[in-house]
Design a protein around this ligand. Structure first.
Ligand SMILES: [Zn+2]
Ligand SMILES: [Zn+2]
Ligand SMILES: [Zn+2]
Length: 215
């Protein structure tokens, strides 16, 4: 008998004080309200989770690296049924939210702690704030996050249905902004596919594809 997990542990790092914030998301609690995970520091960053009208899950996650929230939409099955689900910053590629059972979330936090330490060492930074932007205006500097959001949803959906293939077929897939659009890549074999989408309307045109092969 398969027992469906009805709740998930989730964690993120507060961009203001760098501490890890933990929460538990229950399937039923989520259908009623917006859930908010909040850091208890002065600045009080918050991760918000709510259900969209069409039954998907929307997350707004504080980013340790950009000092702003990124938004993601995932299907309920991906959120609750995956052993491990990570949300990454579209600008730096670093993982910023960790979803899974308690053990998975803790081991991902430990893994990324190490990654952050290496990143800081690379920049000779003593504090994470040295890597964060001073004052960033998303509209001026960054590509439209709605483009990323749409394509991320598509990729995670194709992946969940086994309709996304790469050279190794054993990888996990992430997305990043690139010149002229958004690129999906396999973390294991490095195969890629580039969506030539720079506006939400162009991104939506990809939503009707039902198979994708990364090369
Ligand atoms: Zn904080
Ligand atoms: Zn970010
Ligand atoms: Zn691969």
């Amino acid at each position: 008998m398969i027992i469906q997990p009805k709740q998930r542990n989730i964690a993120y790092r507060c961009p203001e004080c760098a501490s890890s914030i933990f929460g538990i998301v229950g399937k039923f609690a989520l259908s009623a309200d917006m859930l908010r995970l909040k850091c208890s520091c002065d600045k009080g960053s918050a991760l918000d989770i709510n259900k969209t009208n069409d039954g998907k899950i929307r997350l707004s996650v504080p980013c340790l690296f950009c000092k702003q929230n990124h938004s993601y939409v995932v299907s309920e099955s991906v959120f609750f049924d995956r052993d491990k689900f990570l949300l990454n910053c579209p600008y730096t590629g670093m993982d910023i939210a960790f979803i899974g059972d308690e053990q998975t979330v803790n081991s991902e936090l430990a893994r990324t702690e190490e990654e952050i330490r290496r990143l800081m060492a690379g920049f000779e930074a003593e504090d994470i704030s040295e890597l964060q932007p001073e004052d960033m205006n998303e509209d001026e500097i960054l590509p439209d996050p709605a483009v990323y959001d749409t394509l991320r949803f598509l990729v995670k959906d194709l992946e969940a249905e086994g309709k996304l293939e790469c050279l190794c077929n054993e990888g996990s897939y992430e997305l990043r902004f690139c010149d002229g659009g958004v690129q999906v890549y396999c973390e294991r074999c490095g195969a890629t596919y580039t969506f030539g989408a720079t506006t939400p309307a162009l991104a939506e045109e990809y939503l009707n594809i039902d198979y994708l092969k990364l090369k």
